[in-house]
Design a protein around this ligand. Structure first.
Ligand code: FAD
Length: 468
């Protein structure tokens, strides 16, 4: 009899696992349950849909349901929510519009993702207060932005005329709550759409997972481009008007009138199914797994934003809800289930964002207090050099902050900001972290050089030189 592989969640981790398992083991019966309409979508592209750079939501879809079912021979069931797991009977309970039923499994993957958190204040349920977690959220924000923008006399006009009309109107006043990468990307795209943007951040700097030096560079850049920063100003409430629409944000620094609020205050792993099934969570609150992504229940795996991973710098478990990890870990589970046990690999917290044409990226650990908590003896340096040879046109400043352990010389992390191809330079540092390189070894890396691309010493090498 063929084995059945059941996947809960039809996005990055779930579809990567399902596709890989089916490809490697075509006889395997692969069933994917997705509670919503959308599957195999690029959540990372949602800000650009709100911006308008991505015109249509369908463009964010990697594989259509038809391709998944017909080309990949995967039994995809949308609008099917898994509501319980019985790890002894090896069944899941599934709810759809007709009621509930049981589905048996030989292997099960929990790929339920993460849910947005909202601040514990009044007013988060008002109309015109949004989170950005699903394609439906993205659609809602774009519709709200466009609601009053297109007047009757423009119906039937060309798209260009509508866009020009939008730009000429009084700007909408938008509050973005949260200065993490989603908050900053949203501040950027809303500004591009002509909104006047107020960004509220509880701590004293945006990008709280970054070091202060790079965060400060980003803050100056945001201010220069018209974003009003409310730093060290926790939001205490959102006030509504008589119609129930958001009208003002009340924060520690006062009351700001707005037309719309976007919450980017973080995510938490969706673990309810696992918890109720008696599956262990780890210290981060996400689902605990071994190096093959198997949970405390035999043949039950967890991958993506609902699960923990091991940090390559600290060797400890970490929670880093990012897309490559979800795809990579999902794929590894698929390969394991298909018969080839495959290590999923660790995470280095490598992340990159575009903030008003400034590329901002980080990897590893650059917060010295955190590094000390893990037993390192951290030392950091910040250098600002050029993106290309000084004489070559288009050269712009790049700021690199790098941290190492003074005792061992081991590289611990870096962050980078700059407007000229700064961001992907972080990948060199990420690769060095995976190799547990010292900062002296990084300094000796043979990186490519020609004047249009970098100075002879790439900014990453210069930072390593200064730190070494
Ligand atoms: P998800 O994509 O959340 O998918 C989980 C799926 O499971 C959902 O479709 C959900 O409906 C379904 N589900 C949940 N519970 C059940 C159930 N009980 N039954 C059936 N189905 C269920 N990452 C980056 O690396 N780079 C970026 O630039 C980036 N940008 C982002 C921008 C935004 C606005 C957002 C929200 C995220 C961004 N991310 C980015 C994060 C990235 O999107 C996630 O890490 C990735 O989508 C995680 O994939 P996943 O499969 O684990 O979870």
């Amino acid at each position: 009899m063929t084995d059945t592989f059941v996947v809960v969640g039809g996005d990055a981790a779930g579809m990567s696992a399902a596709s890989k398992a089916k490809r490697d083991h075509p006889d395997l019966e692969v069933v994917v349950f997705e509670k919503g309409e959308w599957v195999s979508y690029g959540a990372c592209g949602m800000p650009y849909y709100v911006e308008g750079t991505v015109a249509d939501l369908d463009e964010l879809i990697s594989l259509t349901p038809e391709e998944i079912i017909e080309d990949r021979d995967i039994d995809l069931r949308r609008f099917h929510e898994v509501v319980a797991v019985d790890t002894v009977a090896r069944t899941v309970t599934v709810r759809n519009e007709d009621g509930t039923f049981e589905q048996g499994y030989d292997h099960l993957l929990l790929a339920t993702g993460a849910a947005p958190t909202t601040p514990p204040v009044e007013g988060v349920d008002l109309d015109c207060v949004f989170t950005l977690s699903s394609l439906d959220d993205a659609e809602g924000i774009r519709e709200a932005l466009e609601a009053e923008e297109v007047t009757e006399d423009l119906v039937g006009s060309s798209e260009g005329a509508v866009v020009q009309f939008i730009r000429d109107r009084d700007p909408k006043r938008v509050a973005v709550v949260g200065g993490g990468y989603i908050g900053l990307e949203m501040a950027d795209v809303l500004r591009t759409r002509g909104c006047s943007v107020h960004l509220f951040q509880r701590s004293d700097h945006v990008l709280s997972h970054y070091d202060e030096d790079v965060a400060t560079v980003v803050e100056e850049h945001l201010r220069e481009h018209g974003v009003t920063l409310h730093l060290g100003s926790a939001v205490e409430g959102i006030e509504g008007d008589a119609a129930g629409d958001a009208e003002a944000v009340v924060a520690e620094d006062g009351r700001t009138e707005v037309d719309m609020v976007v919450l980017g205050t973080g995510v938490r792993p969706r673990t309810a199914l696992a918890e109720e099934a008696g599956i262990d969570l780890g210290p981060t609150g996400a689902i605990a797994t071994d190096e093959y992504r198997e949970t405390s229940a035999p043949d039950v795996y967890a991958a993506g934003d609902c699960a923990e991973a091991v940090n390559v710098v600290t060797g400890e478990v970490d929670y880093v809800p990012l897309a490559l990890t979800a795809n990579r870990h999902g794929r590894a589970v698929g390969q394991t289930v298909a018969g080839t046990p495959t290590l999923a690999g660790g995470v280095a917290r490598t992340a990159i964002s575009m903030v008003v044409e400034m590329e901002v990226a980080r990897t590893g650990i650059t917060d010295e207090d955190e590094a000390r908590e893990y037993g390192f003896d951290p030392v950091s340096r910040t250098v600002t050099t050029k993106s290309r040879s000084g004489y070559y046109p288009g050269s712009e400043p790049i700021t690199v902050h790098m941290t190492a352990c003074r005792r061992t010389g081991r590289l611990l992390g870096a962050s980078i900001a700059g407007t000229d191809r700064a961001g992907k330079r972080i990948d060199t540092v990420a690769a060095a972290l995976h190799e547990e390189a010292t900062v002296a070894e990084l300094e000796r890396y043979d990186l490519a050089y020609a004047p249009p691309f970098s100075p002879v010493w790439d900014p990453v090498l210069t930072a390593a030189k200064v730190l070494n």
